[in-house]
Write a protein of this length. Structure first.
Length: 227
């Protein structure tokens, strides 16, 4: 079944006397895409190592998220339990099928773990982020059974784990990593960029948290690159 787009492109090819499959033409297009100029990257995003982590933490906290840094992945369950306890929240968590989360010692805590997407009745959820963007304190989460998108929006309280090695200075670097990780034809269905808890000031310019998603966002940064 031909679409209007196909009809238009076919007409253009006929008028040019080409089929679109000629090797020289395809090579020219591939070369132009490969050499596309990069955009302007803010100077504050050009940071590495500890400075990058500190920049991410500062901007995430400015956006009303809380941030904890742990030395290795095995420390994540205890930090998640501490956060829920200190916030006077139930010791329950819903998580996806991410293998990195499955390998963590949840049995060492008293947390009640449920797995899979949220149907909207979960108070707390935990996800593993694809990465983080230091210049804005933003988390990048990709969709899929490993980390269901419903966990990003339906529970009131969202805990997100991100490896320090997966932090980038700029948004552009994060997108480049996404393309390199998945490649053409294998990209995730959606990419959620999350900066702080959900909020809105649409009504009388009064800031309301939890307007369209979680009221609280707690980020656990894992320093160990194996996270």
């Amino acid at each position: 079944m031909s679409s209007a787009r196909d009809d238009v492109l076919a007409t253009l090819r006929r008028s040019l006397g080409v089929s679109g499959s000629e090797a020289p033409r395809r090579s020219t297009v591939d070369d132009r895409l490969a050499r596309a100029p990069a955009g302007v990257i803010p100077a504050r995003a050009k940071v590495e190592g500890a400075a990058r982590l500190e920049l991410f933490k500062r901007h995430a906290e400015e956006a009303l998220a809380t941030v904890a840094v742990v030395p290795h992945a095995d420390a994540v369950p205890q930090e998640a339990a501490r956060y829920l306890r200190d916030a006077n929240l139930p010791a329950t968590l819903r998580i996806g099928e991410d293998a990195r989360l499955a390998d963590m010692p949840w049995d060492a805590t008293s947390l009640e773990i449920a797995r899979g997407p949220s149907a909207g009745r979960d108070l707390n959820a935990l996800s593993h982020a694809f990465g983080g963007i230091a210049e804005t304190g933003t988390l990048a989460l990709v969709s899929g059974p490993d980390n269901p998108t419903t966990l990003n929006f339906l529970p009131d309280n969202h805990i997100v784990v991100v490896a320090a090695a997966d932090l980038t200075g700029s948004f552009e670097e994060s997108v480049d990593r996404l393309r390199q990780r998945y490649g053409k034809g294998a990209m995730p269905r959606s990419l959620n960029l999350i900066t702080g808890p959900s909020r809105s000031a649409d009504i009388e310019q009064t800031l309301i948290l939890g307007a369209h998603g979680p009221r609280k966002l707690h980020i656990i940064v894992v320093e160990d690159e194996a996270a």
